[in-house]
Design a protein around this ligand. Sequence first.
Ligand code: GLN
Length: 470
Amino acid sequence: VIKYKNRYEVIEDLQNGIKLENVVGYYLNNIEKNIHLNVFVEVYKNEATDKARILQEKFDKNPNDLGLLFGMVFTIKDVISHKEHELSAASNILKGYTALYNSTAVERILAEDAIIIGRVNCDQFGMGSTNENSIYGPTRNAHNESLIPGGSSGASAVSLQIDSCMVALGTDTGGSVRQPAAFCSVYGFKPTYGRVSRHGLIAYASSFDQIGILSNSIENISEALHVIAGGDDFDSTCLQIEKPSYHIKTGDKKHKICYFNQALESSSIDPKIKSETFDYIHKLKDKGHEVVGVDSKYMDYLIPTYYILTTAEASSNLSRYDGIRFGKRSDNAKNLDEMYRKTRTEGFSNEVKRRIMLGTFVLSSGYYDAYYTQAQKVRRLIQKETLDLFEKFDFLLMPASPSFPWEIGAKSNNPIEMYLSDMYTVHANMVGIPGINIPISTGKNGKNIGIQFMSKKFEEDNLLQFAASL
Ligand code: GLN
């Protein structure tokens, strides 16, 4: 049960004499009740309560002068810097590290009176699809506790399932916001690459990473996006262009939508997800939208290209964790060389090491052209194919995942199978376009299904508007 659907319901309660501190208390209580799901890495109990008191005073003084996110309680993923709070990327290598500054997204939401209630679990450095790759252990799906919640922003999605916040800030490099949103039956939105500053976000693959937003309502996502979007002097890839209004208006404009035939004909898709997706397509047509299957030449190249480029970028980004500058340093080293080696050996998980090694390999001289350069060329072709589609269509439709959430542990020893499960989400990050997961069926026992829609770059307003109309 979602107690507060939006911040206006909180404000209404305050007008009736309820204190903001009690609203925070309600969320804290849900955190307490669901401790066994392993969602939070750190709960900011005192801080969130203190901030509620300060904001209450502000409300009592002048209820007409409130920040744009007044009444919204957030969780943040453990890869987003929050000044003077620990930040670990769910990794031993950052254990004991405290953020020195706020990420731009955090800075902006706090300035608009948001309350951050805690920092939540995730896959180490955002590398994973299940939230199992974490020093804190796996997070469980609240709809069925033996299942994964998805990843890497798995705990962000569960923080909404258990109603411990109104909005969660996650990150999406290849689906980490949209896929867990689908597995947990919430909305999950990845903005265009370059819409939201990455300043203060721990880098995994810099040309793919974006901060994304999860919530139980699209209106909340729009309001949060309005605050965090927009140019930032600290991130030169974040575009200094005007942002449109993300305000959701009622309307039922008819749209042209396409999907890739190869995506729905793939042998990897669960038959039930395929049939539900086609049912959904029929419903869209009944509502007057045009929905057309088109061919993609590159469906089979998405996963290999994504995993070559992201591991290459990761191997470079993660070279900064050397035992000197951040967090952990090995106690068992006798000289400098050993110190680097042992720190990294002890600090990174096996999955992170696998990616550093893969990435180092594809960037090594002799293999660079065969893998890295080649993958860049393929990325370019995929981008061109998709951007051309948006000349004719408003939206691209894709399932969020080829399978239902699986049992914890089921794929842990099979990295290839794990990577293949990202086949529908990596596309948006390869191209840089925005995407949203819409929960379409909350199946029994956590068999949740989500549909994704993607749009042209920087047309988040149309995408969110359309999603809300659905
Ligand atoms: N599962 C994908 C990966 O492991 C996506 C992760 C993400 O978006 N951070 O790379």
